[in-house]
Each structure stands twice: as C-alpha cells, then as structure tokens.
Design a protein around this ligand. Sequence first.
Ligand code: ADP
Length: 550
Amino acid sequence: MNRASSRRDGLPLRRARAQRRGLLLAFAGALVPLLILLGLQYRWLSELEKSSRVARESSLGAYLSSISKDISYFYWKEGQSALALPSQAFAAEDPAAKFCRFFSRAERRFSGARPFFVASFGDDPKVSVHDSVAGKMVPAEEGPETDAILAAVIPWHLRSQSGRTFEEVDVELNDSDPRFRTMVKPVIDEESHLVGLVGFVLDQDYLKNKVLPKAVDEIVGELPDLVVTVWDRNGELILGEEQTSKPARSLYDSVSGWKLTIHSRSATPEQWARANFLFNLTLSAVLALVLLAAIAFALRTASRELHLSEMKNDFVSNVSHELRTPLSSIRVFGEFMRLDRVSDPAKVREYGEYIETESRRLTQLIDNILDFSRIESGGKVYHFEECDLVEVVTEALKTFEIRLRQKGFRLYFDGPEEELPPVAVDPGALAQAICNLIDNAVKYSNGAREIQVAVGRTDGHAEIAVTDHGIGISRDQQKRIFDRFHRVSTGLVHDVKGAGLGLSIVQHIVQAHGGKISVRSELGRGSTFTVHLPFTPSAPVEPSAPEEKS
Ligand code: ADP
C-alpha cells in the first residue's frame, strides 16, 4: 500500500470511527436516563405494592361496612315506621285495643319482628306483647324472650321515673341479650314526658334469610370474585361456604352481632398487590425496551445513512480513478500512433490491443454504472432466450483473452462432462455477470496468475464457477461483499480500485434468472464464486433490493 493511498484511506476510516463513537455516545446518553428512570420506577412500584395491599384490604373492608350499614339502615327505617305509635295511645281508655290495631297494621308491613311489645310507664307500669295469632295484646310471659324485653325496657322505665323531660328519641337497638336483640322506640308525650316504650324483638330467621342476603347481594352481587361469609357468635355458619383461606377482612355487624368476613376468590390482597406490581414493572420494562429499540433503530438508520454517504463519496472517487486510467492509456497509445512513433506492425497490433482492452474495460465499467442505476430505479429489463450455457461463457471469456494475455494470466476452462440442456437466460446480462467475476479474479489475484472457469451441473442446476488464487475474503466479509458499494477495507484490497458495484450487479442478474450466487474463500488462498442457475425456468426470484449494511 503506498503512502498516498494509506493517507486517503485513513481519513474516512477515522471519520467513520468518530461517527460510530458519536452514535454510541448518543445511545449511551439515551440509555443512562432510561435506566435511572427504570430504577426509580422500581422503587416507586415497590412502595406502591405495600400501600396498594393496604388499600385493597381497606376496600374489601369497605364492602363489609356497607353491608353492615345496609342492615342497620333497614332496621332503623323499618323501626321508624313500624314503631311510630302516637303517645295518645297511652292515654286512651282502651289502650290494648289501640295497640292491637296499631301492631296489626305494623305487622302487615313488616315481618322482621317477633313479637312487637309495648311498655307503659304510668302508675301501673306493665309490659304486654302482641299475640299475632290471637290478634291481641297479652301480658308478657316468663321466659328468656321476656327477660330480653325487660332488659330493654327497664333502663327507660328508670329514666322515666327521674321526672326529667325528653326530646324526641330515635329508634335504637338494644343488644343486652345477644339471643334476643330488640329495637325500641321510647314514646314521649306532648309535655315531653316519657310515657312508655314500643319495640320488637328481631326475628333472627328473617334477618338471616331476607335482610342479610339482600344486603350482601346489593353490595357484592355484581362482583363474583368476592365472597362474603357470615358466622354467628358460636362460630356457626350463617351465610356463604366454609373457608380454608384466611379472610382479607372481618367485621362484627352491630345489628345481628354476627361476624362478616370477605375474601377474593382469585387472590389475597398480598397476591393482588404483587400481581399489580409485576404487571406494572413488566409494562415499564417493555416500554423501556420498545423505546430503546426505537432509539437503536433510529441510530442505526443514521449510522447507515452516514455509511452510505461515505460509500457514495468513495464510489465517486473510485469511479473517477477507474475512468481516468484506461482513458490516459488510450490517449497515450493513440498519440503514439498519430505521431507515427510506431512503425513496427507487431507494435502497432500490440498498441491496438491495448486500446481495445482498455476501451472494453471502460465499456464494462460504464455498463455496470448504467445497470446499477437501472436496478436502483427498478428499470432493469431482461430478455430471456434458450441458450447453450457453454457458448455464453466462452463468448464472455473471449472478451478477456487479450487482457489476460497482456497481464500474463492463464485461464483454464472446464466444460461439462456431458452436454447441458439449453437454459433460458439473458445472454448479455449473464456474460456481464461472468465478466464481473473474472474482472475481480484478475483485480484481486495478488500475483497468482491462474484463473479457472468451470461449467457443470448438480441436482437440476447448471453451475458456473470462477476460481482465483488471490487474496481471498474473510468469512465475515463474505456476507457483505454483495452489498452495493461495499468494498473490503482491510488488507491488500486498498491497493485495488473499484466502484463496489460488480458483485451486487452479479447477484441481481443471477436472482433475476431464478438462481443464486455463492462464495467459498479463504484469506490468502483465493476464492471461488459459483453461479447456480435452474434448468427448468422457474419464477425468477424477485431480486432483493440492493442494501448496504453498516
Ligand atoms: P469492486 O471490485 O469494484 O470493489 P465488487 O462488488 O466487484 O466491487 O466487489 C466487492 C468487494 O469484494 C471488493 O472490493 C473486494 O474487496 C471483494 N472481492 C470481490 N471479488 C473478490 C475476489 N475474487 N477476491 C478477493 N476479494 C474479492
């Protein structure tokens, strides 16, 4: 490699490295904040996991509170209307008849009471209960139920005896006997004295079978994932099914005194919070990856564009150089002949051959450039005809005869063992492909002046192989030499000029014939390029748009 060329080649290489470094820096610049963001996101999500577990528990607890509130509200509302006994009833001549009429009306509206009772706090205090079968008030009989009624009545009776006045008193629950809970409403007369008390004992069956299921259904009926289970004070199951897992929340209902528990069928609050955490984390990671991929893609495209523009610059300088060399040879030999400097007929023939080979080289180069532009614009057209492949190859080789002889190359041609069937090819295009391969074999021969061209067949394919013993191509470069403008930029190749188009055109031509091209090569030992063409014309492979890889 001479000094000038090493200086020329060093500059773009340095520039390319600097550009690549710039792109890597840009990538790192995007990567670092993204990683920091991901780290922060991880911390926030971990904290969120803890608080969302608590939030989930409280939201489950809120369902239970709503159920309990629904039950309380039901009894409070029903109690309000069922126990709205006017105070005049206590002053009536026949209070029992008044009470009876009132309770029969109340009972018709509200069947959650068992039974209604009334206590009058006058001179002759007494407690009567409503016998719904007989339809009359009867004195309270001894028994646990009456004990519970008395437990609710006595505190109010004591208060009535204190002589103090009362404002309107609301319906209230008395649970001093957990087996017989009562709803009571103190009755205040017009002079604000406590004259009596009306109430009822809560019907537990009604509560269990009507009020509780309705409240549960109203609150969690449309949330099939949530299960509410209810237990009484003795641990007997009231509603729902036996649970093996620990409930998420539990609550004692004030009206019934029962224990309400809730849990989710699909996940405990911990699992729920964990699943949310993992989902959010995965989402963040996926988004970060997509972002990174987009950045990498954008940078890669930028890098490709840089590389492409670099290659185009090289292309212009290489083509100019390639054009200049044959043109100056032609000019010099032409001058010699015009000035009659050569009289020896052998010399005249020799110079004429030089002019011919140089102009052939020029034609080949210009053909390549024109073809490349047609391929790029999609305007390259092929004219297929049935041809004898050996004939096409030998015709192409003839055009190289003088050039090879002048350069001291020996060309060996191996024909097929038996005659090949005709192949549908575009003879001009195929000859151009073979010329490009032989041209490369000459250019990259590195002094090994032997080239073999073989035509043969394997498994339904015709093969044309061009072998040289030149500089060879490394394995990683073998994949890229078919890309447009790509030139191997290491080793001896620096000394050889070229436009980087030859092989990409060969590949396009071969693919348009429904075939393929392969290369076998070893650094320092030479290369074999083989064109495989199908005998039976099949649909040609749509030639891949030439693409350069950076
Ligand atoms: P050009 O020869 O004009 O550079 P090509 O497309 O024909 O462009 O070849 C691309 C690159 O492949 C060449 O620059 C060279 O590095 C490598 N190459 C092609 N043919 C050979 C060969 N026979 N031996 C070694 N290297 C080769």
